[in-house]
Design a protein around this ligand. Structure first.
Ligand code: KG4
Ligand code: ZN
Length: 450
């Protein structure tokens, strides 16, 4: 029997190198989250190869959606809407998800909901908060019967605090959201408004994303891809004060007067109106690590380490399209530790300490300037242990609240896409079949400094 009317949204995510599908109930309860990682495909290149990513998405999308439905114990007939990441991301990768979602929505006669990937990351935090609040309240949305029409008529206005399990105050409070991943380092002011959210851009990186710096430094040091989890694991064994890395103050006007921003992402979002204190730049620290490696002749050691850790690099298979757990810990970190002299561990710890310090400095300054009392930290780098510990300690010291997604919802997944779609479902904000992938889709208007 069809369970349509339960508020089940199928989310689909394919913006980068994970093909993901998930079923989320009323934006508040994850029934399934399947992720087919392409890491084995891209690892040997030390970064995502867009053409390979599209091909892998094509191979994985059908099995991943099937796995998500099976895990959730539902069928296509039970769904109320299809949500998909429309951008930003890799053009060919996004296209696979968008085209598949459109076809599915058309065939099933269901609403199609377009979600910005960055908004999805922010909703990963909200989803976790909702699930925790529902668990604390012993409330299961599954026991709520659908209205007689089968549609969620009683909820068409906005999800009440009682429905979400969160208090009204929690629902209504604005938050500063730091989205920090392999493709983004953005600060948004997120404001709840009648069950939905609006976003203003407060800060962003001018060049590399923080996760990109992690990936490049890890590659340079002969560690695995993606680099974040490797550096995260090894940094604890080094002295973070051994190598002084400095982040200099960014001056917007000077930057604009010089060469145009190098990356496409930086070119597509104007920064002239942003407060320079909330702008990031991670290309400098990457170059500083490279200089240190050259100055101290660490390259041969890094190459030897890579050869020991990844003897198959350059000849590995083409990836496994079968769904895998959202975050799969690499098995050889202990081996990597044994292959790192203390000087390298100190370099790794100093790099991570400096990156986390810079993210903290600017995020807390932005929170203070905007007068917000809570901070969301999300995206792949939000899985970092040092980052979580230091942000939590500093927030406690300042009397602020900080929230992260679960570890598996920090990196790319589709549960966050389905969760972000719920307020849009309630307000009837649907996309039509002309929806196209937008690789440089922006989120929120620029928040000009006071
Ligand atoms: O959110 P995500 O899965 O994809 C993007 O939207 O980019 O983030 C992937 C990024 C990679 O750069 C990866 O190195 C980084 O997140 N990452 C981490 C950790 N886990 C993943 N960075 C630092 N510490 C981690 N534990
Ligand atoms: Zn992401």
């Amino acid at each position: 029997m069809s369970k349509r009317g339960r508020g089940l949204i199928l989310g689909i995510e394919s913006s980068c190198d994970e093909t993901a599908a998930a079923v989320v109930e009323r934006g508040a309860r994850t029934l399934s989250s399947a992720v087919a990682s392409q890491i084995p495909t891209h690892a040997r290149y030390g970064g995502v190869v867009p053409e390979l990513a599209s091909r892998e998405h094509l191979r994985a999308i059908v099995p991943v959606v099937r796995a998500a439905l099976k895990q959730a114990g539902v069928t296509l007939d039970d769904l109320d809407a299809i949500a998909v990441t429309a951008g930003p991301g890799l053009a060919g990768a996004l296209l696979v998800g968008v085209t598949y979602a459109k076809a599915l929505a058309f065939a099933l006669g269901l609403p199609l909901i377009a979600i910005n990937h960055l908004e999805g990351h922010i909703h990963a935090v909200l989803l976790h908060e909702q699930e925790r609040a529902l668990d604390d309240a012993g409330f299961s949305p599954e026991i709520q019967p659908p209205s007689e029409s089968g549609a969620l008529a009683s909820e068409k206005n906005s999800p009440s605090a009682a429905q979400s399990g969160l208090s009204t105050a929690q629902c209504e409070e604005p938050a500063l959201a730091l989205v920090v991943s392999g493709g983004h380092t953005h600060l948004f002011l997120a404001r709840p408004a009648h069950g939905s959210w609006t976003y203003s851009l407060v800060g962003r990186t001018l060049d590399d994303a923080a996760g990109e710096a992690y990936d490049k430094v890890a590659k340079l040091l002969g560690l695995g891809y993606p680099g974040g989890p490797w550096i995260d694991a090894l940094a604890r064994f080094g002295n973070p004060r051994a190598v002084p890395f400095a982040f200099s103050q960014i001056k917007t006007k000077i930057h604009l007067a010089g060469k145009p921003p190098r990356t496409k992402a930086a070119r597509t979002a104007p920064i002239a109106n942003l407060n320079p204190h909330f702008l990031f730049s991670f290309s400098g620290i990457k170059t500083a690590v490279l200089r240190y490696v050259e100055l101290h002749n660490l390259r041969p050691e890094a190459q030897a380490r890579a050869a020991r850790l990844f003897p198959l690099r350059g000849g590995e298979g083409t990836g496994n399209p079968e769904p895998q757990p959202a975050s799969k810990p690499p098995q050889t970190k202990a081996e990597a530790l044994a292959l790192c002299p203390q000087q390298t561990l100190d370099l790794i710890a100093s790099f991570q300490g400096a990156v986390v310090g810079d993210l903290m400095k600017k995020s807390f300054a932005a929170a203070e300037s905007l007068g917000v009392r809570r901070i969301f930290i999300t995206g792949g780098v939000a899985a970092n242990r040092e980052l979580r510990a230091r942000f939590s300690a500093e927030a406690a010291r300042r009397g602020l609240r900080v929230a992260f997604p679960t570890l598996s919802l920090s990196t790319d997944n589709a549960a966050m896409i389905a969760a972000a779609a719920w307020p849009r479902y309630l307000s009837g904000e649907f996309a039509d079949l002309a929806l196209s992938a937008n690789p440089s889709l922006a989120l929120g208007a620029i928040k000009a400094p006071k």
